[in-house]
Ligand binder design. Structure first.
Ligand code: SF4
Length: 374
């Protein structure tokens, strides 16, 4: 299990070893054919900032070699904002007094219709963690309902047991995203004080359960801004490295969401809660390229959390999938457009505007994931 490997590492030692990487370490990492985890540390180190241009060029070349000039398009479909957890950074947190909503069959189909009209064939189903309302049975039923409309279905929901994943895979589920949020074991508890999510180990072991269930693809990541991003992203790379070796039939993707402002309070008396982002745009570019150079096979995904300008510039750098026109509230497309969002969208451009932009940069937007026919 990854937990056994993870427990041999010490957060502070990893952090110090990244900060200690030198220009020579960075140059060595750039010159190699195959990079180690030590090379990854060098590529995300402060020293690597002076080589950002070279890093970006190499990332571009490696991405085109493996993926061609394509960007996969996907969109989230929020099914519910019910949640039994307290997460300090999320508008759906149990302690945030908002109107709760779980979509009915008819409402799901209305949302599906709107998403299909935008052109999507890959949908990401999102829920909070509330076993009574959005447990395995609800998810199984939702997948049965929407399966005829999409060739690729992903979920980003509470971590489940292996047999539950097997049940959902049998219904046609393809991909599961499960972000650790932070690999800082002690501070994880501060960010997740209440609910099932406060169990760090159960979350950490989720990709192992998914690998054993033989899921097609697993998505990893941390919420950037909770803790030191370099150390957290090193542990993401370590997790990826372990999983690829252990569950080699499964594919992997990584996301790098930066914290966004959220709305807190009641709907009559609400205010915005902001977080300081500890990562600059340049550092996020550095991270994206470092992941690519470390692992030419991994899919790298960017959502509408990032702003227009940033998303315009990263298409060529190593990204392989993008969302557009996203709503992060249940019913956000047509059923209840005004309900509370999980986080503020930064890039509000339509899928058509985004695909035009992708084409202008010489890339091909891909709506249909053909993997199932291989
Ligand atoms: S991040 Fe997920 S688990 Fe945490 S409060 Fe939000 S919806 Fe619930």
């Amino acid at each position: 299990m990854f937990k056994d490997l993870f427990n041999t590492y010490n957060w502070d030692e990893v952090k110090q070893s990244i900060l200690a990487k030198t220009n020579a370490d960075v140059l060595q990492a750039l010159q190699k054919d195959k990079r180690t985890l030590e090379d990854f540390k060098a590529l995300i180190s402060p020293a690597a900032m002076s080589y950002l241009e070279q890093i970006a060029q190499l990332s571009n070349v490696l991405t085109q070699k493996r993926f061609g000039k394509t960007i996969q398009m996907y969109v989230p479909l929020y099914l519910s904002n019910e949640c039994q957890n307290i997460c300090t950074y999320c508008a759906f947190s149990l302690d945030n007094k908002i109107k709760r909503k779980t979509l009915s069959d008819d409402e799901i189909l209305q949302e599906v219709k709107a998403i299909k009209q935008m052109g999507y064939d890959h949908v990401l189903l999102v829920t909070g963690e509330a076993n009574q309302t959005v447990g395995v049975n609800y998810l199984q039923h939702a997948i049965q309902l929407i399966r005829p409309y999409f060739s690729h279905i992903s979920i980003e929901v509470q971590p489940l047991d292996q047999p539950d994943y097997e049940t959902l895979l049998a219904e046609g589920l393809n991909t599961v995203l499960v972000y650790q949020e932070t690999y800082h074991r002690n501070n994880y508890k501060t960010h997740h004080p209440k609910g099932k999510k406060s169990n760090f180990d159960y979350r950490l072991e989720t990709p192992d359960r998914l690998g054993k269930a033989q899921v097609h693809k697993i998505g990893l990541g941390v919420l950037i801004g909770l803790e030191d991003w370099r150390t957290d992203c090193f542990f993401t790379a370590l997790h990826l490295h372990y999983l690829e070796k252990t569950y080699w039939k499964t594919k992997y993707s990584i996301s790098f969401p930066r914290l966004r402002p959220i709305e807190v309070g009641t709907q009559n008396n609400s205010s915005m809660k902001s977080f300081t982002s500890f990562m600059s745009d340049k550092q996020l570019v550095q991270l994206i390229c470092a992941y690519r150079i470390f692992n030419p096979e991994v899919e790298l995904s960017i959502s509408t959390r990032e702003d227009e300008n940033f998303r315009n510039h990263v298409i060529k750098l190593g990204i392989t999938s993008m969302s557009a026109g996203s709503k992060t509230n249940p019913g956000g497309y047509v059923v209840e457009p005004q309900s509370l969002e999980q986080f503020e969208i930064s890039d509000e451009r339509s899928p058509q505007q985004i695909t035009t932009l992708i084409k202008q940069q010489g890339y091909e937007p891909v709506w249909k994931d053909w993997d199932r026919s291989f």
